[in-house]
Design a protein around this ligand. Structure first.
Ligand SMILES: Cc1ncc(COP(=O)(O)O)c(C=O)c1O
Length: 369
C-alpha cells in the first residue's frame, strides 16, 4: 500500500515539520529507545532526558557553529515573552537603561512597545512610513552611545522583510550588544556570531513545536538581570542550571533534537541555505514576472522564509484559497494585518512544495487572467 503524500503546508507558524521527524516521534511515542517510557513521561532530571537535552544542544551548536563563549538556553514563553525577558536581563548593562530598537515590521514594533515597560526605548530606525516594505539601512540608524543593547528582528515574519547580513554595530560606532529576534529564519542561513550578543527564537517555525524558546547568549551578558526579574527568566539562573531550573518543555526539546538530526542529515545549514535560496528565487521569480500577483517588498529586503503576495484582483482571494486547498496547498492566507496571501517556506518545505505552489499560481492566473 502506498501512503498518500502529505499536503504542502505553508503556515507561518506553528509550521510544517519534516515528515521523517514526525514519523520517528510517532514510532517512539510509547517507548523511547527501550526505556519503557515516552519522552513526555520522563523526569527532566533522569539520565534519559538529560541525554536528549545534551545531544540537542550539541547538535544545535554544531549546526550553527555557536562559539564556546555563548550559552544555549531552552526556555518557554515564546518570542513575545522574550520581548520582556531581554530588557529585564540586559537593560541594566549600562547605567542609563537605554534600549535602541530598529523597527522593520510588526514584530520589532511589538518588541519596542514591550521594552518600554522596563527601559528607556528609542526607535533607531523605522520602515513603518512605507508600510514595512523596505529594509532600514544600518548606515542611517540613530544609535545612542550609552544604549544597553540594540534590538533587531532579523526576519519579519508578517511583512516578509529579512536582513541577509547582520549589521556590525562596532563599525557603526556602537559598543552595545546586538539582540536579534531570529524566530522565523534561525537555521535557514549561518549566523555571524561576532556581530551578536543574544539571539532568541520561538521554536514553532524552523525548530520544532511551540512551547520552546531558544536563547543563545554571550556569556558576559549573564548576571545583569534587574532585581524584579523572575528567577525562572534570569538568564544566569537558567544557564547555571543547564536550562533545568524549572521543568523545561521536554517534548518540544526532544522534537527539536530530531529536527537537528534531520538537518544534519540534509547537509546542515549550508545545504539548507542553498535550498532556501533556490526556493525563494523560484517563487519570487514567478511572482515578479506574472503580472497577476505581486510581492511589494523592496528586492534587497525580501525574506527567503516568508513571502507575502497579493492577487492584483483581490476579489479572487477566496477562490484562490479554495483552489489551493483542493490542490493540497495549505495555510496560504496572509496575516490579517497585511491581507492577501503569504507562503512561508521554512527548512521543512522542499523545493517540490514551492514548485507545486508555482504550478498552481500559474494555472490559477491562466484561468482567471
Ligand atoms: C519574528 C517573530 N517574533 C516573535 C513572534 C512571537 O512569538 P510567540 O507567539 O511565540 O510569542 C513571532 C511569531 O510568529 C515572530 O514571527
Amino acid at each position: 500500500m502506498t501512503a498518500t503524500p502529505r499536503p504542502y503546508n505553508f503556515s507561518a507558524g506553528p509550521a510544517a515539520l519534516p515528515e521523517a521527524v514526525l514519523q520517528q516521534a510517532a514510532a517512539e511515542m510509547l517507548d523511547w529507545q527501550g526505556s519503557g517510557m515516552g519522552v513526555m513521561e520522563m523526569s527532566h532530571r533522569g539520565r534519559e532526558f538529560i541525554s536528549i537535552a545534551e545531544t540537542t544542544e550539541r547538535d544545535l551548536r554544531e549546526l550553527l557553529a555557536v562559539p564556546a563563549h555563548f550559552r544555549v538556553l531552552f526556555m518557554q514563553g515564546g518570542g513575545l515573552a522574550e520581548n520582556a525577558i531581554v530588557p529585564l536581563n540586559l537593560c541594566e548593562l549600562a547605567p542609563a537603561g537605554q534600549v535602541d530598537v530598529v523597527v522593520s515590521g510588526a514584530w520589532s514594533k511589538k518588541s519596542a512597545q514591550e521594552a518600554r515597560r522596563y527601559a528607556d526605548v528609542a526607535i533607531a530606525a523605522s520602515n513603518e512610513a512605507d508600510g514595512h516594505l523596505s529594509l532600514p539601512d544600518p548606515a542611517r540608524w540613530r544609535l545612542r552611545p550609552s544604549a544597553s543593547y540594540v534590538h533587531l528582528c532579523s526576519n519579519e515574519t508578517i511583512h516578509g522583510v529579512e536582513y541577509a547580513t547582520l549589521p556590525d554595530l562596532a563599525a557603526l560606532g556602537s559598543s552595545a550588544p546586538l539582540v536579534i529576534d531570529c524566530s522565523s529564519h534561525i537555521l535557514s542561513r549561518p549566523v555571524d556570531w561576532s556581530r551578536v550578543g543574544l539571539a532568541f527564537a520561538g521554536a514553532q517555525k524552523n525548530i520544532g513545536p511551540a512551547g520552546l524558546t531558544l536563547v543563545v547568549v554571550r556569556e558576559d551578558l549573564l548576571g545583569h538581570a534587574q532585581a524584579v526579574c523572575p528567577s525562572a527568566f534570569d538568564y544566569k539562573t537558567v544557564a547555571d542550571n543547564a536550562s533545568m531550573y524549572n521543568t523545561p518543555p521536554t517534548y518540544a526539546i526532544y522534537i527539536a533534537g530530531l529536527v537537528f538530526k534531520w538537518l544534519k542529515a540534509q547537509g546542515g545549514v549550508p545545504a539548507m541555505e542553498a535550498q532556501n535560496r533556490d526556493k525563494a528565487s523560484l517563487l519570487y521569480g514567478y511572482l515578479d514576472g506574472s503580472g497577476f500577483y505581486a510581492n511589494r517588498v523592496a528586492h534587497e529586503g525580501r525574506s527567503r522564509m516568508n513571502v507575502p503576495f497579493f492577487l492584483h484582483d483581490e476579489s479572487l482571494n477566496a477562490a484562490f484559497l479554495a483552489g489551493a486547498q483542493q490542490r493540497h496547498l495549505l495555510q496560504l492566507r496572509g496575516h490579517k494585518s497585511v491581507g492577501g496571501m503569504r507562503a512561508s517556506i521554512y527548512n521543512a518545505m522542499p523545493l517540490a512544495g514551492v514548485q507545486a505552489l508555482v504550478d498552481y499560481l500559474k494555472e490559477f492566473a491562466q484561468r482567471h487572467g
